[in-house]
Design a protein around this ligand. Structure first.
Ligand SMILES: Nc1nc2c(ncn2[C@@H]2O[C@H](COP(=O)(O)OP(=O)(O)OP(=O)(O)O)[C@@H](O)[C@H]2O)c(=O)[nH]1
Ligand SMILES: [Mg+2]
Length: 687
């Protein structure tokens, strides 16, 4: 594929709610560009960008896929993004290198939750946006209804550039509001003609609204327009492009990806009014204490940002990068400021779905790929040797849901961690950790589907079979009243026996105080060298678990007397004496179970605050307060037992229709209510 100057590159993320038609639209654009001989279908797994077996199995996109095409002397790098909420980090990665977000909205379902969530994300990034209203061929499809929803949700910047001709099965073209012409696709090819009579008055009215909406962003144009002067098409397009680049105007176009109606026009609009990387302005890089502006200049110093990493079955690690400055050619050597290591970029290529397309060079503004970088991963910068500037990496996503995994066999166990690290290399939202208290290996991700896919990939890609189980809650135990006990360990049946007696007193300590051992032995009741053994025995018993089987905390243990035998006493006997003594003392000291409590912050639209608070109360939560969030949202702060929010990511999504988000962190331990003991205690209370 030849290289294009930055002003002729368009980096376009296709974003929107799951099922709106992004992958199908990417397919239609590739078909229109003549890059594929047949338009694939999501239903039979024949599309270019949904190539992963897990994607084909579920008919949804799971990761962002790159698909470049040429149109009208431009290079459009399509970034087909997943719509399902679990894969939001993939969309964030794509938006970090896109210069335009095209929101795909189904004319049947209209504006949906993820449309709003992603719109806010793009707005926070200051990313130019436009909308493609898709599926106009479907039953119950309505452009008007969708347009109303777009306006009421996203405001006055919404500017329709087209109106559909025909509805549902009759949909076969569009009326272009800028040129006042009709383009129909009855033969599969675009045919330009006059606006149908029945649409003329509506078209004229909307045309005027559109022109007003465009010129309003430019004082000189507004003045001339109000004086009745005709504004040329070129001027209108330039003003429109300026409004889009400024993130003030959001053009709305429409069509059908499956029927291939008005797909060519979307490609044309992307080229004519979509911003190039040049128009997006310089990137900002950190270098030492200062920030550097990096202009998108192909003749500048080579600088690239790695926005995604893939584990390719044939070539291993593939790094997807965007060139921010200079022109990268094969065998260019750059430095990774994070590792201070050099990386040689051997063969350069781009990806069209899973297909590798060779590139002779990659100029500033373009997106490409390279294989086998030694030590570079997502979020890294590749900079000129000796100039350690770094593009601030996007923050790693915070996982929302965890499961425990267990390898099915010894063989699986040996391969597990390596395989997990390979998966983490291409998925920053995947976290793996070992919980030393519950001895579980925990996998944390963005949701149930995400974690299910990870376990499927472990099997398919790395041949590692695992079972998943619920995450165990790290309960603890403590005491509530002082108690004393005698720990006696005596085995004297002739020959060298064992003998040790330890008298201990246990007393409760404040929450979080841990374990305190006090030696009050006087008069050599227990020889000095054996006293640490008593402490060790007690500490191990506390760690192993008390009367309910959980680690014991927040207790002061005083060793105040004892007995020993000149021959049979040993460290072992006093360790046992300490252990037995503690066990008995604890049983008399009002033992209670402690449960971990999390501090939870739930951000929801104000209208759903009541439901969320009610739900938290039902989870034995205590709402601490609420505070206003951004854009009319409310933040509910609560203390909730951790056991009650293990699946909160899933529950909150269904409670709020996907509009709620939360952050949870461990806060403290609290006494578990009595009625839950039978469920939690490892040892049945009757024993
Ligand atoms: N009738 C009709 N169906 C469409 C159109 N575009 C997409 N579809 C269908 O809508 C369904 C979802 O399409 P996808 O392209 O997978 O949607 P997506 O937005 O990529 O979905 P995610 O990857 O899950 O976010 C598929 O069954 C498509 O065949 C269209 O223009 N008309
Ligand atoms: Mg898709």
């Amino acid at each position: 594929m030849k290289s294009f100057p930055p002003e002729r590159i368009r980096n376009v993320a296709l974003v929107g709610h799951g099922g709106a038609g992004k992958t199908t639209l990417a397919e239609a654009l590739l078909f229109h560009a003549g890059l594929i001989s047949r338009q694939g279908r999501v239903e039979d797994g024949s599309t270019t960008t949904d190539f992963d077996p897990e994607e084909i199995k579920r008919c949804i996109s799971l990761a962002v896929a790159l698909a470049p095409l040429e149109h009208d002397g431009h290079k459009i790098n399509l970034l087909d993004c997943p719509g399902y909420a679990d894969f939001l980090p993939e969309v964030e990665a794509a938006l970090s290198v896109a210069d335009l977000a095209v929101f795909v909205v189904s004319a049947v379902e209209g504006v949906e939750v993820q449309t709003e969530v992603l719109w806010k994300l793009a707005a926070d990034l200051g990313l130019p946006r436009m909308v493609f209203v898709n599926k106009l061929d479907r039953e119950r499809a309505s452009f008007e209804r969708t347009l109303d929803q777009l306006r009421s949700t996203f405001g006055a910047g919404i500017a329709p550039l087209e109106l559909p001709i025909g509805t549902e099965h009759e949909f076969h073209g569009i009326a272009d509001l800028l040129t006042d012409t009709a383009i129909t696709y009855d033969t599969g090819k675009a045919v330009t003609g006059a606006i149908p009579d029945e649409m003329e008055s509506l078209e004229h009215q909307v045309h005027d609204n559109l022109v007003e909406g465009i010129v309003v962003g430019d004082d000189d144009l507004t003045e001339r327009y109000l004086e009745g002067e005709a504004i040329s098409m070129r001027e209108l397009e330039d003003a429109l492009a300026a409004g889009v680049a400024a993130g003030q105007v959001f053009p709305v176009v429409c069509g059908s990806a499956t029927k291939g109606v008005a797909i060519d026009r979307l490609a044309q609009f992307i080229c004519e009014i979509g911003p190039s990387p040049l128009r997006r302005g310089p990137a900002t890089a950190e270098g030492g204490e200062t920030l550097h502006e990096i202009p998108c200049d192909p003749s500048g110093q080579p600088l690239a940002y790695v926005w995604k990493t893939l584990a390719d079955p044939y070539v291993g690690r593939v790094s997807l990068f965007k060139v921010l400055s200079g022109t990268i050619r094969p065998d260019t050597v750059l430095t990774n400021p994070r590792t201070h290591g050099d990386e040689k970029l051997h063969a350069l290529f781009t990806l069209r779905g899973k297909e590798h397309v060779a590139l002779s060079e990659v100029p500033a503004g373009d997106i490409a790929a390279v294989a086998k970088l030694a030590n570079t991963t997502t979020g890294d910068t590749l900079a000129p040797r000796g100039t350690p500037v770094r593009i601030p990496p996007a923050p790693a996503p915070t996982p929302l849901l965890s499961v425990a995994i267990r390898p099915k066999s010894k063989g699986d166990e040996d391969k597990l961690m390596t395989a997990l690290h390979r998966l983490q290399d291409e998925d920053r939202s995947l976290l793996v950790r070992r919980d030393d208290e519950t001895h579980q290996t925990l996998l944390s991700g963005m949701g149930e589907t995400h974690l299910a896919i990870v376990t499927e990939r472990l099997q398919r890609k790395y041949g590692v079979a695992v079972e998943t189980e619920d995450v165990l809650v790290a309960y603890r135990e403590t005491i509530t009243t002082p108690a004393e006990a005698e720990g006696k360990y005596k085995k004297q049946t002739g020959g060298h026996g064992q003998f040790g007696v330890a008298f201990i007193r246990v007393e409760p300590l404040s929450r979080g105080a841990g374990f305190e051992f006090v030696d009050q032995i006087v008069g050599g009741a227990i020889p000095r060298q054996f006293i640490p053994a008593v402490e060790k025995g007690i500490a191990e018993t506390m760690a192993r678990g008390g009367v309910y089987g959980y680690p014991v905390v927040d207790a002061k243990v005083t060793l105040f007397d004892g007995k020993y035998h000149a021959v049979d006493s040993s460290e072992m006997s006093f360790k046992m004496a300490g252990s037995l003594g503690f066990h008995d003392a604890m049983a008399k000291a009002g033992p209670v179970l402690l449960e971990p409590v999390s501090l939870l912050e739930v951000t929801v639209p104000a209208a759903q605050q009541g439901d969320v608070m009610g739900d938290l109360n039902a989870r034995r939560g205590r709402v601490q307060g609420t505070e206003p969030g951004n854009d009319g949202e409310q933040v509910v702060v609560a203390m909730v037992p951790t056991s009650e929010i293990q699946r909160y990511a899933i529950d909150l999504r269904s409670l709020t229709g996907g509009r709620g988000r939360f952050r949870a962190e461990h806060d403290h331990y609290d006494v578990l209510p009595q009625h839950l003991y039978d469920k939690v205690a490892k040892k049945p209370q009757s024993e």
